[in-house]
Design a protein around this ligand. Structure first.
Ligand SMILES: NC(=O)C1=CN([C@@H]2O[C@H](COP(=O)(O)OP(=O)(O)OC[C@H]3O[C@@H](n4cnc5c(N)ncnc54)[C@H](O)[C@@H]3O)[C@@H](O)[C@H]2O)C=CC1
Ligand SMILES: O=C([O-])CC(=O)C(=O)O
Length: 442
């Protein structure tokens, strides 16, 4: 709590008009709670024109109520499936504590502590329906110093527009394949919403022929130019485009399964919203893990694992599950040919980016659901809750998948053949194009 106050006040000092940014900044640091920072925090509150006590009283709620960009942190993970040994996790925690203590001491002697991190984020497909609002949300993050916008068209105007926002990150624009490599140099997180969206009557898999090649080409460039970056794949069909990306990275010799993510955050965002509405709960409190994949019945909300604990009738479970699975189609039909979810997707993707940046910045309490190369069951790719750290996935939260209801167990078994087929389709595409004859230069 004290740390939150500290972060908020320091940002507020820089730009008192930038209310939203201030709150996002606080969100970015909000889940550090280290007793040692308390004394420094109290001093940092002594800022002219601000009543320290009233800020302290209001902040905890303001931060949580504002954005929801931060995933709920109900989970604590002591998983034996961790990529890091336990001492590694402890070392990471200690390094973060040390840094927090150093920051609070700096403020105590009148120095301004470092209030923002310096990460570069690239958005590939930045002038699209998702790309534009996503770019805006990422422009608001205090963790970002460079925002690289890439598209095959119209990106110059988007960048000019966005660059007028008085938030810290620098906006750079890159158009067309000739500038793709430059867009990716020095980037920490690459987000890929490039591709074609659905129209009414289509499935996500109907987008495969258009989007598979787009994702393949873009990920090849990522492999060549920023192989250590976190890669967030939004382009559909995610169930296949993520395996394609994995094969591309393997072929380039730079595949790190801990850093490749299919973005399924929108499924969690929807599940949280619909459950809160149905059960009359406070939106920000609700957390429903969603596992499986990102298409139709492969989207499986685990309603029995909802936090706070809540009971559902069989009818409610059926209705909520079907609504969450069809929520993308609900938007596609409502937009009647003008595309699919863009605003809620941008919101969800921004949350996943923010989580990734917090993890990269040393936050040891970052959990999200994502579609990744997995160890939780026999499927090679599967969405489930993971713990994120500086090096990507640190652990799988296996507890979500234990003690399922009969409804959930049956739904899990039912989704496996479809998800397996989508994974194999992606792998086959990548391997076929790998073995296809390259055109001979004349
Ligand atoms: N993972 C998820 O939860 C969700 C995924 N999606 C998917 O996201 C994708 C994008 O959706 P929208 O933004 O609505 O589409 P859009 O058509 O509005 O924007 C796509 C953008 O990608 C660009 N683009 C196309 N080819 C490109 C290439 N080779 N390199 C760089 N940019 C390229 C286009 O110029 C355009 O600006 C779709 O495949 C859609 O199905 C949409 C919603 C949710
Ligand atoms: O439904 C679509 O085509 C877009 C999408 O993935 C979603 O909204 O979940």
């Amino acid at each position: 709590m004290a740390t939150r106050t500290y972060a908020f006040v320091e940002i507020f000092r820089i730009d008192q008009s930038s209310w939203t940014l201030s709150k996002m900044a606080a969100t970015a640091t909000a889940n550090v709670s280290i007793a040692a920072t308390a004394s420094g925090s109290a001093k940092a509150c002594m800022v002219p024109k601000i009543k320290p006590f009233s800020l302290q009283m209001t902040l905890a709620h303001d931060v949580r109520d504002f954005s929801g960009l931060k995933a709920a942190s109900y989970v604590s993970c002591e998983s034996e499936a961790s990529f890091l040994a336990k001492h590694g996790v402890i070392a990471l925690q200690n390094s973060f504590k040390t840094r927090a203590v150093k920051q609070s001491s700096a403020s105590a002697i009148g120095l301004r502590p470092k209030i923002s991190a310096s990460f570069n984020v690239a958005i590939l497909g930045a002038s699209g329906g998702i790309g534009q609002p996503l770019s805006l949300l990422i422009k608001m993050s205090p963790l970002v110093s460079g925002l690289h916008l890439y598209d095959i068209a119209n990106v110059k105007g988007v960048a000019a527009d966005l660059s007028h926002c008085n938030t810290p990150s620098e906006v750079l624009h890159f158009t067309g394949p000739d500038q793709l490599a430059a867009a990716l140099k020095g980037v920490n997180v690459v987000v890929i919403p490039a591709g074609v969206p659905r129209k009414p009557g289509m499935t996500r898999d109907d987008l495969f022929n258009m989007n598979a090649g787009i994702v393949k080409n873009l990920v090849e460039a990522v492999a060549d130019n920023c192989p250590g970056a976190f890669i967030h794949i939004i382009s559909n069909p995610v169930n296949s485009t993520v395996p394609i990306a994995a094969e591309v990275l393997k072929a380039k010799g730079v595949y790190d399964p801990k850093k490749l993510f299919g973005v399924t955050t929108l499924d969690v965002v929807r599940a949280n919203t619909f459950v809160a509405e149905k059960k009359n709960l406070k939106l920000i409190d609700v957390d429903v893990p969603v596992v499986g994949g990102h298409a139709g019945i492969t989207i499986l909300p685990l309603l029995s694992k909802t936090k706070p604990s809540v009971s559902f009738t069989d009818k409610e479970v059926e209705e909520l599950t079907v609504r969450i699975q069809n929520a993308g189609t609900e938007v596609v039909e409502a937009k009647a040919g003008a595309g699919s979810a863009t605003l809620s997707m941008a919101y969800a993707a921004a949350r996943f980016v923010e989580s990734s940046l917090r993890a990269l910045d040393g936050d040891t309490d970052v959990y999200e659901c994502a579609y990744v190369q997995s160890e939780v069951n026999e499927l090679p790719f599967f969405a489930s809750r993971i713990k994120l750290g500086k090096r990507g996935i640190e652990a799988f939260v296996n507890s979500d998948l234990q003690g399922l209801t009969d409804y959930e167990s049956n739904a899990l078994e039912a989704l496996k053949p479809e998800l397996k087929a989508s994974i194999e389709k992606g792998i086959a595409f990548a391997n076929k194009s790998k073995h296809a004859k390259q055109p001979v230069a004349v």
